[in-house]
Design a protein around this ligand. Structure first.
Ligand SMILES: *Cc1c(COP(=O)(O)O)cnc(C)c1O
Length: 340
């Protein structure tokens, strides 16, 4: 086989079937050996736990081709441990963390021809997920589960430059104080769809959720953590109800150890928003999407970085982290998992 004949630079963020997916089944209290499959469909009971009571968790990471032609994944061990946390919270069996990383490597290798070349801006998106596959009608955890990994090549997130976003303080709540906001579960996304469709209809790019208990503090958007720049400070949210983004945690390290910034992880009251100079949303998909404006009812906060391009500090953070991911900058120990 050889590289797929795909216009990598013009790929969108959609699903494109690749050669193989990974699958492992949990039955009678243990996981089977797992295997690659060319069957990209799933057949389960009409009464499966995932279909009736949304018992499902997932992860998202990427494989990159580096400047020197290796294929690498970025910190897959952190996805493994986060998925274990997510599974425990939904009373699902944990897929062993070392096996998770091995399965990521195996499925990427099997789809090597779909890993976009260096310089194209495209990457191979990797989506591990797990769901209750056996029948449940009374509300309880399923007894059988399936763990799968699908891969799909995705295009550069920003085609023709990263245009700053306009976001609104959400009219809805995302995560209850002792709820499931800190795990990567499909249920958190199902309930965000109505809010995002409405926000888009109102002309906003995203919803920024305040904390549900007091609605006075910044939490995160539907699918990304939020970061702010104030002078030489990198400021981000500390809350038990946000998803611990691997991108955000990596950016904190980059800010402190590569860019000499001061890092603060703390409560951020909505009233502090006008004091920041730059703002960005961070996650695996875009790394950082700059935010130009936050609208809260009739009030608007416009960041000095403006609506034309990424702020200068945000750009440095973005360039450094993507440089590490693409093999142009020496990574911290253990961040880059070489697959081939
Ligand atoms: C996946 C996700 C993120 C980003 O996490 P990364 O590990 O950086 O990709 C942020 N917030 C939510 C709600 C998420 O689901």
């Amino acid at each position: 086989m050889s590289k797929q004949n795909i216009d990598w630079g013009n790929l969108g963020f959609g699903y494109l079937e690749t050669a193989k997916s990974y699958v492992s089944d949990y039955k009678n209290g243990s996981w089977d050996d797992g295997r690659l499959t060319a069957d990209h469909t799933v057949t389960i009971s009409e009464c499966a736990g995932v279909l009736q009571y949304s018992q499902s968790v997932f992860e998202g990471l990427k494989a990159y081709t580096t400047e020197d032609g290796r294929i690498v994944a970025f910190r897959p061990d952190l996805n493994a441990s986060r998925m274990a946390d997510s599974a425990r919270r939904l009373e699902m069996p944990v897929f062993p963390e070392d096996r998770f990383v091995d399965a990521v490597k195996e499925v990427v290798l099997a789809n090597e021809d779909w890993v976009p070349p260096y310089g194209s801006g495209a990457t191979l998106y990797i989506r591990p997920y797990m769901f209750g596959s056996s029948a449940v009608i009374g509300v309880k955890p399923a007894e059988e589960y399936q763990f799968r990994i699908l891969t799909t090549p995705v295009g550069p997130y920003f085609k023709g430059g990263a245009k700053p976003l306009t976001i609104k303080i959400a009219d809805f709540d995302r995560a209850a104080p002792r709820g499931t906001g800190h795990i990567k579960a499909g249920l958190n996304y199902a309930m965000s769809l109505h809010a995002i469709v409405q926000a888009h209809a109102q002309g906003f790019d995203e919803n920024l959720y305040p904390d549900s208990a007091t609605r006075t503090k910044v939490e995160e958007t539907g699918g990304a953590n939020i970061i702010f720049i104030k002078g030489n400070k990198f400021v981000t949210v500390k809350s038990p109800s946000i998803l611990p983004s691997i991108t955000r945690r990596s950016l904190e390290y980059v800010a402190e150890h590569y860019l000499g910034m001061e890092v603060e992880e703390r409560d951020i009251p909505l009233t502090e928003l006008p004091e920041f100079e730059e703002c960005g949303l961070c996650g695996t998909a875009a790394v950082i999407s700059p935010v130009g404006k936050i609208v809260n009812g009739t009030e608007e906060v416009c960041f000095p970085s403006g609506m034309a391009e990424m702020g200068p500090k945000t750009k440095e953070l973005y360039d450094t982290l993507t440089g590490i991911q693409m093999g142009r900058i020496t990574p911290p120990e253990g961040w880059i998992c070489t697959i081939r």
